[in-house]
Design a protein around this ligand. Sequence first.
Ligand code: DHE
Length: 690
Amino acid sequence: MNKARYLIFGMVLALGIIAGCAQRGEPPAATVAPASATTAAVTTPAPSTSASDLAIIAFNKGGCVGCHIIPGVANAKGTIGPDLTNIGQFALQAMQSSSYTGKATTVEEYLKEALLEPDAYISTHCENGPCSAGVMTASLAQSFTSEELAAVIAYLQQPPTAGGGMPLDTTPLAQVVTNLSEEEFLWAKQVYFERCAGCHGTLRKGATGPALTPDRTTAMGTTALSTIIFNGTPRGMPDWGKQGFFTPEQIDILARFLQQEPPAPPEMSLEQMKNSWRLLVSPAERPGAPATKRNWQNYFVVTLRDAGQVAVIDGDTYEVVSNVDTGYAVHITRMSATGRYAYVIGRDGKLALVDLWMETPTKVAEVQVCYDARSVEVSKYEGPEGDFTDRLAVVGCYWPPHFVILDGQTLEPMNIVSTRGYTVDTKEYHPEPRVASIVASHYKPEWIINVKEIGQIWLVNYVDPFAPQIKMLPAARYLHDGGWDASRRYFLVAANQSNKVAVVDALEGKITALVDTPKMPHPGRGANWIDPEFGPVWSSAHLGDPAIVSIGTDPEGHPESAWKAVRVTPLPGAGSLFIKTHPNSQWIWVDMTLNPDPVLARTICVIAKQQPTEPYRCWEASSYGRAVHFEYNAAGTEVWVSIWGDASKPGQTGEIVVYDDATLTEKARIPNLITPTGKFNVFNTVGDIY
Ligand code: DHE
């Protein structure tokens, strides 16, 4: 299994993205000025520049300000790498430590080594403990002149103190060069929308990733921004440059684009939505009973992200029954209450309705209800207030910030509700509160709709979809994903940048608790199981912390544990996206998909429910790509794991690995799928079994 490796300087700033990678957004053909041309002013200091000024110029030029706090450098506020205030002391400690593998014997030599060979020794002093290997740029040797290198080393050995030392810098030296040709601007705008807006917001006000408004980005400057975009961050931002998605020239365009005011994106009316609506097979033309002999309730609808498709795979035979064209960079699927229909949402706001009763599952309707979306849910209630099974659907949009209620049988858009409003804590107007997860209550004709940026959880009664009643519960900012507890009464949702999980009592219609968790909880829908010490718990993975955390969910039987983070189970690395279990299983499965170490990114772990203090076993699920997301078959005897490959590499585009849950042995591989990510078993999705 993999080793924890640690890095000393991480010269990239915490943008903290999770966005995956899509294939659209061709680069502009025009020749583009390389990064050095746009930063000429900071790379050629005047001859009279003092040694400390030269060091400050070099810190900006090298992008160091993006990742580190550096005393005396006003814009060096990064927290990805260690704070360099006491770097001399750390250097001494490091050289004395038995784990030191570098060659330096003095602080000066150590600093030089750390700058020129960043992975020679990996520091344990990053914000959350050990740093990650491979994050700090190794190109400083080429970027710095020998004078700059000497100035930086001298500066770090003797940083300014409050009472004296070198003069404090008050003027950020990062240069603002934001001129872009029209072609560059249009390209950057499209690329930002497709790859960055998901985490940073269309208006760049920040959410899962930090804000990228010009007040912040111009202080960082083109070089620091470019470095981050190239290298990624340990908090989940992809290394777009290293992965080869963007050339340095394209990254330079993006870095300059980010220093401009964000362009205002368009709104969308109900009429526009209706114009996009296509009823391909009317309800009357569809089968009245399952037309397939297959066990359709054990179908898995699998996202083929970069193909803009879902594959419907027979969970009994592992055959791909159908590939259905859906929206762009398709995100998730939810089933209707009977399981007959699959609702598939693309990032472009296109919703596809797939009839699983047809002999070959087929798209029977489609509509576009926004330009950017992540969530979809259905009406599940059947009771005294009516039978809403298979009647309504709701799409949660990122842009425009609204949700849309649709006819569940035809996808005809019925109503739009804006989510713009005031933040839960500071009560400031937010122009872009995006809709994150949505779940359907089993107790009431209600959806629980999580409004990310304002931190409110809306209970939306859909009995009258044209005049829905909405109760707005205050929770915490940046609500993201979540799931039910085992009783389906309590819904637990991650407020990821607040490091909290909010608990909603769907029966009483109130917030039960806001539970503190480690950095950036990311549960998917979470995992429900019985802890031997604390009773029923719901567990979440974490993007920013190498651990899963379990929260007590049984206020009646285990009141002392209820709504507290009662157990932390360490993992070999951070960057987890998903966790899963099944009531019949003895295991909890967890991935580390966004870990910067490629080996950890394809490693999965199981934790034994009876011995949950540490993982029972971890192993590499493939020799390439990233392992992501788990789903059980209907019987709860198999676990399916996606290998998220590269659509442009034949043989490594991706596959699904099927494990026997009892023995943890591999049963099968479903090969040659294009970037499979989420998988949704019909039976388990209908029943919210996880
Ligand atoms: Fe997701 C769930 C948002 C990136 C795969 N993702 C969710 C949900 C939200 C969300 C709000 C909850 C939906 C619900 O339950 O109603 N996801 C976002 C983003 O904003 C983000 C961070 C960045 C982006 O630009 O989209 C993002 N998501 C990703 C990915 O990169 C993943 C790994 C692959 C992909 O689709 O590109 C990915 N997200 C998933 C999956 C789920 C999900 C598989 C559903 C998990 C489940 O078991 O229910």
